[in-house]
Design a protein around this ligand. Structure first.
Ligand code: DGL
Length: 261
C-alpha cells in the first residue's frame, strides 16, 4: 500500500496518475487541509508537519511514501529519507527529468510556492542534468489559496488575472517548458495553457507518480480502493477533489487529528 500526502488537494494530481498506472495498488491519501498552506511557512514548521503526515501514513501500514507536495519535497525530503523506514519519493527529480526531456530551446521555467522557490531545488536538479539550461523561477503564493477555495473554473476572472500577473515574466522569457513545481497548480492547467500557448506543462505530482510506479515494478491486477484522510472539515475537499478526480469520493473521506502523530 502506497501512502501519499500533501498540504491539501494538490497531491490528488499524483493519485490520479497512480490510479491510471497501477489501479490494483491500494492507496491512502492524507491532505493536511487544517494546516494548508505550507508554502508560506518556515523550513522548521514544514519539516514538523511533513514528519507528522508521514507518521500518520506509516501508522496505516504503508510500505512506500510519495511526497506529493513540492514544498515538502524541496524542504524536508532529506530529513524524511533519513528517518523513515520505507522508500520515499519526492517530486523534484522526476519533474526535472521530464522537463529536460521536453525542452527544445533549453529554457525551462519553474513556478512553485515561496518556500519551494527559495530552496532553488528544481533549478539545481535541472542544471545537474542540463548545465547549459536557462532556468526562470517564480513564486506564485496566491495559487494554493485559490485552488483550496475552489476558484479553479477556466472562466474565473480572479484566478485568470492572478495567473496573468504571475506568468507575464515567464511568457517574456520565451521558455518552452514550465514545471508546475507545486502539485496544486495542475488544477489551474486550463488557464495556464491559455496564457502560455505552446508551452509544455510538467505536472510534478504526475511525474512523481510515474517514478513511484517504476520503483514498484510489477503491478497487481484489478482495482484497489483509495482511502482519503484530511485534517479539517472534508466538505470542500470532497467537492473539489471529486471534480478533479472525476469520481464521487464523498463516501471515502475521513477527518483525523494530525497533531496526535
Ligand atoms: N501542493 C503543495 C506544493 O506542492 C502546496 C503547498 C502549500 O500548501 O502551500 O507545494
Amino acid at each position: 500500500m502506497i501512502g501519499i500526502f500533501d498540504s491539501g488537494l494538490g497531491g490528488l494530481t499524483a493519485v490520479k496518475e497512480l490510479r491510471r498506472l497501477m489501479p490494483g495498488e491500494p492507496l491512502i491519501y492524507f491532505g493536511d487541509t487544517g494546516r494548508v498552506p505550507y508554502g508560506s511557512r518556515s523550513a522548521a514548521t514544514i519539516v514538523k508537519y511533513a514528519s507528522q503526515d508521514a507518521a500518520f501514513l506509516l501508522s496505516q501500514g504503508v510500505d512506500a511514501i510519495l511526497i506529493a507536495c513540492g514544498t515538502v519535497s524541496t524542504t524536508a525530503l532529506k530529513e524524511l529519507e533519513k528517518n523513515l523506514p520505507v522508500p520515499v519519493i519526492g517530486v523534484v527529480e522526476p519533474a526535472a527529468e521530464a522537463a529536460v526531456k521536453a525542452t527544445k530551446n533549453g529554457r525551462i521555467a519553474v513556478i512553485g510556492t515561496s518556500a519551494t522557490i527559495r530552496t532553488g531545488a528544481f533549478e539545481a536538479a535541472i542544471r545537474a542534468r542540463m548545465p547549459e539550461a536557462e532556468v526562470i523561477s517564480r513564486p506564485c503564493p496566491l495559487f494554493v489559496p485559490l485552488v483550496e477555495a475552489g476558484f479553479t473554473a477556466p472562466d474565473c476572472e480572479i484566478t485568470r488575472l492572478t495567473c496573468e500577473h504571475y506568468l507575464a515574466p515567464i511568457r517574456e522569457s520565451g521558455a518552452d517548458t514550465l514545471i508546475l513545481g507545486c502539485t496544486h497548480y495542475p488544477l489551474l492547467a486550463p488557464i495556464l495553457s491559455e496564457i502560455l500557448p505552446g508551452v509544455t506543462l510538467i505536472s510534478s505530482g504526475a511525474e512523481a507518480a510515474k517514478a513511484m510506479a517504476a520503483l514498484r515494478g510489477q503491478h497487481s491486477e484489478g482495482v484497489a480502493p483509495v482511502r482519503y484522510y484530511v485534517s479539517d472539515d472534508p466538505t470542500l475537499f470532497v467537492a473539489s477533489g471529486g471534480t478533479f478526480l472525476g469520481c464521487d469520493i464523498s463516501g471515502g473521506v475521513e477527518k483525523i487529528d494530525i497533531e496526535r502523530y
